[in-house]
Design a protein around this ligand. Sequence first.
Ligand SMILES: Nc1ncnc2c1ncn2[C@@H]1O[C@H](COP(=O)(O)OP(=O)(O)O)[C@@H](O)[C@H]1O
Ligand SMILES: [Mg+2]
Length: 719
Amino acid sequence: MSYLPFEQSGSLRIGTVDFVSPDKIEVALEIEAPESVALNAGIPRPFPRVNGYLLIPVDEGFLVGQIEWLTIERSAFPKRRGMQDFGLVDLPYPLRKLRLNPLGMLQEMEHERFVFRRGADALPSVGDTVLMPTESQLRSIVESGEQRRVKIGSSPIAGNAEVCVDPNRLFGRHLAVLGNTGSGKSCSVAGLIRWSLEQSTQQNDSEHPNARFIILDPNGEYSHAFDENESSTHARIFRVNADSDADKLPLKVPLWFWNSAEWSSFTQASTRTQRPLLKRALREVKAGRTGVSEATEEGKILALRRYLLSRLNSIQNDVHSGAIQDNSTNFGFKLKAIGDDIESRHRDLPDYGLDEIKNEIDAALKAEYKSFRDKKTGEDVEFYRAFTEAQANSIVSALQKSLEQLGGTINYEGPSEDVPLFFKGTDFADHLEVLAYQENVSQYLDFLIARIRTFLSDPKMKAIIDDTHDITLDQWLKDYIGEDNARNGCVSVIDLSLVPTEVIHVVTAVIARMVFESLQRYVSLNHATLPTVLVMEEAHTFIKRYRDDIENIDAATVCCQVFERIAREGRKFGLGLVLSSQRPSELSPTVLSQCNTFLLHRISNDRDQELVHRLVPDNLKGILRELPLLPSQSAILLGWASELPVLVKINDLPESQRPRSEDPEFWKVWTREECREIDWDAIAKEWQREPRHEKKETANDQESSRDDSNYENEDDLPF
Ligand SMILES: Nc1ncnc2c1ncn2[C@@H]1O[C@H](COP(=O)(O)OP(=O)(O)O)[C@@H](O)[C@H]1O
Ligand SMILES: [Mg+2]
């Protein structure tokens, strides 16, 4: 090569090519080539080293190869290069060989300035010289790529060259951060976000960036990582029961945000009878039909229908349970109250047979009424004797007749069931009951409705699903995604650690979907995307592969499907996905296959290793063999955001900026280095207090409990 000083190229020469194929090149090392540390390339550098880079001059530049393996071969006649060193005793000599994976071409643009690009247009031939790259060549290989905007670490095998990424590439086509627990995933994710924000702040003349990061954080690790005062990296933190913590906001995912798929999966509604009705109830309740003012005729009718229906159910229950006989006095007074209500409603709505009901009630009451004077107190005591089933049944049939007169199905024109329009949970349950009755399918919906009512009245749920009209849709979007110009900050951390297990999948699905759909709407209104990054930690629980042949899909599946949709379509709407997981083999293959960049930390499990091996092309697999050996904070960056797979030592994140996931301190507590006082009394009191807010199990327990904990009495369910 004319542009390399002869002496230098001579000193960098370490071997010759002795086998060439398009995907591998074998090199015989010279005897004089360094054995552990190379001193000939400027500064000392480990050589030869697996995954290190070598150059082979071809045509107009150098072919760059990465060392895949090294070996020693015993050769019979190794030393014979020319006749001159043909010694007297020709002993077999250990000959070192190595295999290179061709990666791309390095070309010198001007003196000492090189450009690397992937792919090779010419291959070397046997006998060609193999060179060690100089310092600047090595840097050019690792520091290749056009937009090196954010520095994330350095590459120890390439002379500590800076590893930089282009956020457009890193976040634009989804990133998967994979690795064992403790390998540094969360720190890397927090670092990527922080360094991206810091760099763009700098670029922006210190004005905070117009960026949006939404972190879904099931372990509650991230709230400390972004809590400083710096405006660009200060996060809004949302968590359940935030009242005790002034700098956190209460996590709200109103139930009126849920779409019909989410409702169906959560309530485990069966496809045939329950889902259609559930959808219709949602549609109608969202159309405000149930909330129609009672001043109007329509409102009155709807209210009356709800009223009659609930009374009907209640009387039937009392018949079945025997209360009409055992508890007849109570039942009598209940009938009396119903009679009074009906009488007043009859005045408003004379045409629906209410007088008939009233007559039946009065007749029954009259037949069983008794009173006597208590001699001791001198007061009149009223009571009812046992009622007969016949009496109850005639009241029931009068109620049914009246309900029929109130009208059959009314089809409303209205919004789709999936539009987030406000409604009250109890109205929804009531309305569902009305529909079930109208359609004559009450027996199929009783359990479903009961389940919804239990859910609505559970204080743990109430805290999250909030059906007071306190939160409006636009306020929620401002809080959770970010205000115009990112005025309220660039990061929001959604701490899911206290969300009850029964709803955690639905809640996560709703948040992810709301983010996605709002960005979709942004695009259709503004004809430009609003770049946003959604981070999902512990992705194997939320984006878990599922069987698609199951008829009634559960909440975990619905959650996974939302992420699959984001993975497939997010890019069009500026939504980038970052997922972090320690069990890549359990992740949805659809989502993984849409991730174009991978940051791989230590992976020791066979199945997970196999999986990542399948993600990379053959000639790049070599570097992945290091996966089980990587120390924490080191990772392999490969894919779209990196011209070449590189081994990165991720930048140091100071203690205060790291996500916290501390392991329990057995030793320090045992040895009393750390103090732990126990007050079971206080715990017992707090435990038994109503309503109680239970803390969710830790991430590891969730696995086992989550699957079977959706409903307490699964056995009771008819479907
Ligand atoms: N970039 C980093 N800077 C500083 N420490 C790190 C870094 N990456 C990992 N660590 C160390 O490794 C530990 C585990 O990292 P973490 O991100 O919690 O792992 P994971 O999320 O994979 O379980 C951290 O507590 C920290 O001490
Ligand atoms: Mg972690």
